[in-house]
Design a protein. Structure first.
Length: 224
């Protein structure tokens, strides 16, 4: 476990810019080199046009950006961040996500970031909401708004990674409520990991029903 300030989280070599958290050499190993569908983020023959899956049954969001699949060393960093209480990793991971976004072309400029809220008890146990910390870091670098209370979770739900794809979708139905208007706005949902996309889909549909102009999903890991 790294405790010394100013060392790379991965190789533990000194950093020229300590705030980055990961050196430039290690950063290169964290980004995906695979072609991914621009809409669902799954492996595809092209990064410019939607894959066959999305042409037949598109997700409710318009674009998905991920740093990489859920694989080491990125998955280990996300696990430390989320389950080992390493909230100080938020800025480092948010920077990686921003770099992944800037590698994309044709993304509409976001007007507002939205985090995925945790149920109160889970938030209390973890001590923080990982999606919220990512949004706070991103909002300091991007010319867009972030209001932590835009979206509320109005009922407890079972942990998603323990459920099948079908049960994940049912588990989240009507679990969220908008607290602030989003009409006409280009929205970005920020999360740590997208697996089946059930959470992002439920929130996307809610945003679009309430007049959002478009919805993107930005995540650290896209489970392949």
């Amino acid at each position: 476990m790294l405790t010394v300030h100013g060392l790379c989280w991965l190789c533990q070599m000194p950093l020229a810019l300590p705030a980055w958290g990961v050196c430039s050499r290690c950063s290169k190993t964290l980004f995906s080199k695979m072609c991914g569908c621009p809409q669902c983020g799954l492996p595809s023959a092209s990064t410019n046009t939607p894959c066959g899956r999305c042409l037949q049954k598109p997700p409710p969001w318009q674009r998905l950006v991920a740093v990489n699949g859920y694989q080491p060393p990125l998955s280990e960093m996300v696990h430390r961040f989320k389950f080992n209480g390493k909230a100080e990793l938020a800025a480092t991971l948010a920077r990686l996500l921003l770099l992944a976004v800037r590698q994309q072309s044709g993304l509409p400029p976001p007007q507002q970031l939205i985090s995925v809220p945790l149920w109160q008890r889970r938030h209390w146990r973890r001590g923080f909401n990982q999606s919220d910390l990512l949004c706070k870091a991103l909002s300091t670098w991007l010319p867009c708004e972030y209001h932590p209370r835009t979206l509320a979770r109005i009922r407890p739900t079972a942990t998603q990674h323990q459920l099948s794809a079908r049960r994940r979708s049912h588990n989240l139905k009507n679990a969220f409520r908008l607290e602030l208007p989003v009409q006409g706005r280009h929205m970005v949902i920020v999360d740590d990991v997208v697996t089946t996309g059930s959470t992002a889909a439920e929130i996307s549909r809610l945003l679009l029903r309430n007049g959002a102009a478009s919805v993107q999903v930005w995540c650290l890991c896209r489970t392949l």
